[in-house]
Design a protein around this ligand. Sequence first.
Ligand code: PAF
Length: 291
Amino acid sequence: MDQPPHPALPLVTTVADLRQTVGAWKRQGLTVGFVPTMGALHEGHLTLVREAGQQADRVVASVFVNPTQFAAHEDLGSYPRQEARDAELLAGAGCHLMFAPTTDEMYPEGFSTGVSVGGPAEGLETNFRPHFFGGVAVVVAKLLNQVQADVAVFGEKDYQQLMVVRRMVRDLDIPTRIVGAPTQRDGYGLALSSRNAYLSADEIEVARRLNGILALAAADATAGGSVAEIEAEATKSLLTAGFTKVDYVAIRQADSLATFDDDRVDRPGRILAAAWLGKTRLIDNMAVPAG
Ligand code: PAF
């Protein structure tokens, strides 16, 4: 056991120590919940921890800024790191163990294994961040193997990631149940995200428009409008609102993330968007009920 950054929350940094603690819980007949994070925690993460606490007797949260899911030009170096505060927040949310491995622990010299997920990983984020789901799949597969939890909770905020993790866990027979938890928003509907910390006061005002624009588009799609036209209209609205660039606005089938063949939402859908405010890229999504 390592020196904890918060007195109320034990910390482990090695897989061996993690397994020892989780193994002891399991021998006592306790169930284990898991929440993977990259730290810089906010209320959205804490909701996941509380959900895990509802689903299991003990909760492990990992804090690991995973280098393999960042491209060279992305914000790995500047990604916010605040381990002591994270530990305090986790303790307050009912977490029982923080797992904060080093990069060497996760990716020892000679590490050479990849995990490639197709299906829901194709398109959307992958068109703009081709490295992303490869990195996420490897680290999540490793973390699930390391923790051996009964249940793991992921946020719907990263909806495509949630679908990719579900598919990987199913395809690889990983014995952990995956639970999706609803996106947490501020009082104006802005999805909570660690990257919101990069936004200026003016940018936050614009960012708060994203949710409303997606909600209008979702309602139009449910009412039977053309998916392609609604996507184009929402893209225009985001640019008019002050977003500097829109990577995508896409309405897809909710589970597979496949496109709608007939340009109409005829089964449960999801609208997903990624848009830029200066140097900050925001993502959001919401349900599109079938009309
Ligand atoms: O969603 C995140 O914070 C990360 O992608 C995850 C799941 C912790 C993997 O690094």
